[in-house]
Design a protein around this ligand. Structure first.
Ligand code: NAD
Ligand code: TDX
Length: 332
């Protein structure tokens, strides 16, 4: 199997590459990544270059993506602009990469008749009330709130249409919030860990009652592999590990695990349009394809993640000051 992994130098893509490298030693992996501010070759360092290849290119580049797709058996499409806060201040890269880039991949996959798995997010379904007993399912209506989630929703729609109209062999997965090693310091958990490591106070948006459904990135990777190998062509699968926590609880747990007073954080201005709650019903993936999450102890997963950031200061330091400057501009 020759896999083409777009966005394989980012957080989830690189964890997926490392996962496949470990569990499918016969497979050949090509990472296709533009190395935006979010991509980092260090994320895939140390892997045997005869098994893991790298192409630095943009998914919007029709010729480059066509050539790379022609040479693989299957594409796992992670590449995206992924941060909601950025999308509120500068939406164009989201429209370009998430929509136009996915279009270029679809055209290449159609031309060369290759298998595609498209990585999406639970945010395409909008948000839930705190007391809603129903979680998101593959049949939930699309109702995205932000420029980020609306461009991800658009890319899902393109994939569905290319499957129905042209018969491309595609599956889609919509996953909940990931955490783990190699996550950019702009995101909630690594931002707070590195703020504490630098002697500052974590920053909670609004009241902090917003709920996210946390999943360890290893469990996301195993879900994607199961779908690639056993998924029904044309189907959508939701990936989640019943990890609902509100942001206030997560900040307090981080402070406790890092030996600080649990009230030692600041409330900052809320994110405009801030989704209240995400929650995934992953029963289709569990019942039809036999997937189960393994990393369900959030406390110990968070401890491991804190330790990873403590041990890898040289990885995150170069991004940290720039990221906080950006947050100062955003007023958060
Ligand atoms: P990330 O921002 O850490 O990584 C994105 C990667 O894509 C980077 O390596 C970047 O260089 C690359 N990239 C961006 N634009 C590109 C372009 N035009 N051409 C080629 N490469 C480009 O993102 P992430 O958090 O790892 O998310 C990966 C995927 O998973 C995204 O599709 C995202 O929507 C989805 N997702 C993320 C989460 C989460 O919690 N982070 C949850 C569900 C789904
Ligand atoms: O400093 C912060 N303080 C804070 O309270 C930051 C950065 C975030 N937050 C809140 C906002 C969210 O409610 O924490 C929650 C998580 O924020 P993010 O890490 O920005 O993630 P979110 O907006 O939920 O989106 C993530 O999950 C779904 C990923 O970034 C997306 O790519 C994915 O699709």
């Amino acid at each position: 199997m020759k896999l083409l992994v777009t966005g394989g130098a980012g957080f989830i893509g690189s964890n997926f590459v490392r996962y496949i490298y470990r569990v499918r030693p016969q497979w050949d992996i090509t990472v296709y990544d533009a190395l935006t501010y979010a991509g980092n070759l260090k994320n895939i360092e140390g892997l045997d270059p005869s098994r893991v290849h790298f192409i630095q290119a943009d998914i919007c580049d029709e010729n480059q993506i066509d050539k790379a797709v022609a040479e693989c058996d299957a594409v796992i499409h992670f590449a995206a602009e992924s941060h909601n806060d950025n999308s509120l201040h500068s939406p164009w890269p989201f429209v370009n990469t998430n929509i136009v880039g996915t279009f270029q991949i679809l055209e290449a996959v159609r031309k060369h008749d290759k298998r595609l798995h498209h990585i999406s997010t639970d945010e395409v379904y909008g948000d839930l009330e705190l007391d809603d007993p129903n979680k998101f399912t593959p049949d939930s209506p699309y109702n995205p709130s932000s420029p980020y989630s609306s461009t991800k929703a658009s890319s899902d729609m393109l994939v569905r249409a290319w499957h129905r109209s042209f018969g491309i062999r595609a599956t889609i997965s919509n996953c909940s919030n990931n955490y783990g090693p190699y996550q950019h310091v702009e995101k909630f958990i690594p931002r707070q860990i590195t703020e504490i490591l630098e002697g500052r106070r974590p920053k909670l948006y609004g009241t902090g009652e917003n709920v996210r459904d946390w999943i360890h990135t290893e469990d996301h990777s195993s879900g994607v592999l199961v779908i690639l190998e056993k998924g029904e062509i044309g189907d959508t699968y939701l990936i989640g590990a019943n990890g609902e926590k509100n942001n206030k609880e997560v900040i307090e747990l981080l402070l406790e695990l890092m030996g600080k007073d649990k009230n030692n954080y600041d409330h900052v201005d809320d994110r405009p349009g801030h989704d209240l709650r995400y929650a995934i019903d992953a029963s289709k993936l569990e019942n039809e394809l036999g997937w189960k999450p393994q990393y369900t102890n959030f406390r110990s997963g968070l401890e491991d993640t804190i330790n990873w950031y403590k041990d890898n200061e040289s990885w995150w330091k170069p991004q940290k000051a720039k990221t906080e400057e950006k947050y100062q501009e955003f007023g958060r």
